[in-house]
Design a protein around this ligand. Sequence first.
Ligand SMILES: CC(C)(COP(=O)(O)OP(=O)(O)OC[C@H]1O[C@@H](n2cnc3c(N)ncnc32)[C@H](O)[C@@H]1OP(=O)(O)O)[C@@H](O)C(=O)NCCC(=O)NCCS
Length: 335
Amino acid sequence: MNSALETASSGSKDGIGRPTMPARRVAVLTGNGTLFAGFTFARFRHALAAMDSSVIAIGAIVGGHPAGLALGTCRKGEGAELLSVAVAPAVRRSGIGLALIETWREEATRRGSAVMIARYTDTNTGSAAFEALVRRAAWSEPVEDGLMVTGRAGAMADVVGAWRAIGGRLAQPGLYEYAPVELTDADRARIANYLAQPVAVDMLGPAALSDRTSPAFSTLIRREGVLVGWVLASEMADHSIRYEEAFLDPVYWHSGIAIGAYHHCYARQACLLGRDSIATYYTNSTRPRMVALTRRRFAPIADRIDTILAVRSTGRATTPDSLNRKGKPHEHRRA
Ligand SMILES: CC(C)(COP(=O)(O)OP(=O)(O)OC[C@H]1O[C@@H](n2cnc3c(N)ncnc32)[C@H](O)[C@@H]1OP(=O)(O)O)[C@@H](O)C(=O)NCCC(=O)NCCS
């Protein structure tokens, strides 16, 4: 690990200066943070190997050993997202988790984020502790944020392929094309125009997502050569494919075109990675049509559909007595 310790260490001593409690500290990690990889989910571990400016990793060190991690991202234009927080079981309930998320929040603020979000499912073991922790740190109460669908590429392709709506598209070969994600200047201008519309709220588009888009599993939707939509996917560290974003010009809604695009991508995934390869997609609560469609169409074939909850924080300090500032674990109990 090559970590820049930006915070002071704590620990306590008895009357004649002998340590009675291992020194504890939390630190902003930089460089290679893989010593802390055991404190996050497998799918996020690659982010610790070579941390770029989009990664915010805060490590907890107790007695010289890694003892916890708060990991998240902070991307320009997207705000900050806390992806995971975990503390070694032996040192839980001593203020480390709180110190981790407070330091993570401070670091996100320092890097320009005004709002931080954390998404989770209430079916995860640990969600109750996590909710109690963020409540303690004065984050918002949880709200439903969307649905996460996990299924198999082959079954997903079969389901969308069997939709009646898709027949309309298949009856018009040549009119629509599912094209590689290669953007012309005209495409970029159209994308910017689409992203400015309310229907595309919170979307990032093919240009901004290009660094994490996996071309083999993504497509642009063209109508007579003109870009009218996209389906963008990325390959996760566990080789599952996450469908990140889909957009279609509202003029062409109800034409089966978007379904056709998904069919195209799922079928290609099934072909390249196998029918049983995992495909996930997330649908946001702000898109009720998609949520309803997901429940109706995908629930019968999905491996699982998780309700995603979100908590949010502003950049304001809420617990001024976290681990490093006063140096005494549990001091926050007396606040
Ligand atoms: C969630 C977790 C990170 C909390 O870490 P921690 O170091 O124990 O948290 P803290 O000691 O800083 O707790 C601060 C406050 O949060 C609340 N809290 C934390 N864990 C709690 C729990 N298990 N039950 C109830 N409240 C809890 C309490 O208000 C606590 O203050 P208190 O001890 O004075 O009552 C830890 O339980 C953990 O690693 N869990 C497993 C991983 C996980 O599930 N992470 C969440 C999903 S990514």
